[in-house]
Design a binder for this molecule. Sequence first.
Ligand code: GLN
Length: 484
Amino acid sequence: MSATEAAAGLSSGELSSEELTAGAIERSTALDPRLGVYLQETYERALEEARSSDERRANKRSCSAFDGVPVAYKDIFVTKGVTTTAGSRILEGWVPPYDATVVERCKGAGLPGLGKLNLDEFAMGSSTENSAYHTTRNPWDDQRVPGGSSGGSAAAVAAGMVPWAWGTDTGGSVRQPASLCGIVGVKPTYGRVSRYGIVAFASSLDQAGPLARTVEDAAALLQLAAGHDPRDSTSIPQEAPDFATGMDGGVQGLRIGIVTEFSTDGLAKGLRDRVEESYLRLEKLGATLEEISLPSFEHGISAYYLVAPAEASSNLARYDGVRYGLRSDAEDIVAMTSRTRDEGFGTEVKRRIMLGTYALSAGYYDAYYGKAQKVRTLTIAELERAYQNVDLIACPSSPTTAFRIGERTDDPLEMYLSDIFTVPVNLAGNAAISVPCGLSDDDGLPVGLQLVAKALDEATMFRAAYAFEQDLSWAGSEQSRPRL
Ligand code: GLN
C-alpha cells in the first residue's frame, strides 16, 4: 500500500494507525534479518505514537493528512532520545538531546517513527558497504547492494517494510539507491529542506530527500518537511508551494533536454534500452526532446571529490573524543583524540579526511579546491543557459543496475563513478528525481530515469515524473515488486 492509500484508509476509518504500524513492524521483523536495513528500531515507540494518532482521530482533534502513516529515517537525522550513529563507530551509543527539523516536522504531522536505517559511514559511499555495522542487501537480489548511501532507506521502502523513508543526498545518495531498488527518490533544491539536525558531511551539497514507492508519496513526504527554518541559515526563506497542485497536468509542451555529454553509448544494453524508451515515452506524451550540451558535466566527479572531502575534513574535525560518542584511552589529550579518530573512523572516511585536508592546504588550495569551485561556477552557468531553452533535463540516474556486494570495494574510483549522473546536480543545487523506468533485460534489475529541474521548480519535476509513472503503469504493478 502506498502512503497515500494508507492515509485514505485511515481517514475513511477502514484502517487504524495501530494496525498499519503493527503491519509494518511485522514485515520489518520478518525481513530485516535477511536485508539488514535497520541500525536501531523503535517499534514500541512507534506503536505508542500510532495509538495517539488513533485517539486524535477518534476524538476528531486536528489531524494532518498523513497522521498515523509510519515513516523511518536514515540514521544521519538526529533523533531525541534515540541513538544516532551516522553509520560510524565514532558515534556509537550517542543519544542526541534534540530532533532534526525533518524529524520534528514529521512527528508534528503525526507520523509514527519505526526506526533508524543503515547507511554508508557519514553518508560516504554508494553501496552501504561503508557502514561500520553491516551491509544492507538489495531486496531484488540479496547478493547485491541496494546502492547508497541511503541504502537502508531504499531497501526498506522497496521491500514494503515501511511506506516511505527519509534519506540524504550529497552527491546522489537518495537518487542512486532509489534507482537500484526500483523506487522513487528526490533530491530537492538546496535549501528547500532544513539541514538542522542532519549530521553534516559536505554542508554546501547536503540535502534531505524522500524515498517512496510513488511520485505522489514522494511529493507528499517532501511537503511535510519543506519550507524555511530559521535554525538553518542556508534554508530558503520562503514557504514551499503545494507540490500536489497541478501534478496531473501532464508533459504536453514541456521541453526536455538530453545531455550530449551524457551519451548512453557506453552503458549496458539492458539499461540503455529502458532509458532511451523513457525519452521516447516522454515525447509520446507530448514533450519535445532537445539535445543540449553541458561541457563541464564531465568534470563533475573530479570537482565533487575535492569539494565534498574538503568540507568533510572540516565538518568531521568535531569528533575529538570529548564531545560525542567514542573515547579511546590514552596518556594525554592529543593521544586520546588521535586514537579515538583512528579507532572510530573507517577507511573511506579517513581517505576523505586526508583528501580534503590536502586539497585545502596552503600551496595546494588554488590548484585543487579553488579549481573545483570554478568548475562548480561553470556548471551553474551552463545549467542556467540550458534552462533558457528547456524545462527539464533527462538522463539515467545511475550508470549501472545494482552491483554485487564486494564488486567495487577495492576500487574507490569505480565506486565514485556510480554518481556520475547525479553529482553535477548537487554542485549546482538544483532539484532532481529518480523515477523507475522498468527492469533491465540483462539482469532483471530496476533502472531509474533522472529528471533534473531548475532550482525551486520541483513542481514541474513532479508533474513530469507523475505523467511518466502513470503512463508506464509501474507503481503498484506486479513488476514493481521484488520477489521476497
Ligand atoms: N556516493 C557519493 C559519495 O560517496 C555521494 C554520497 C552522498 O550523496 N551522500 O560521496
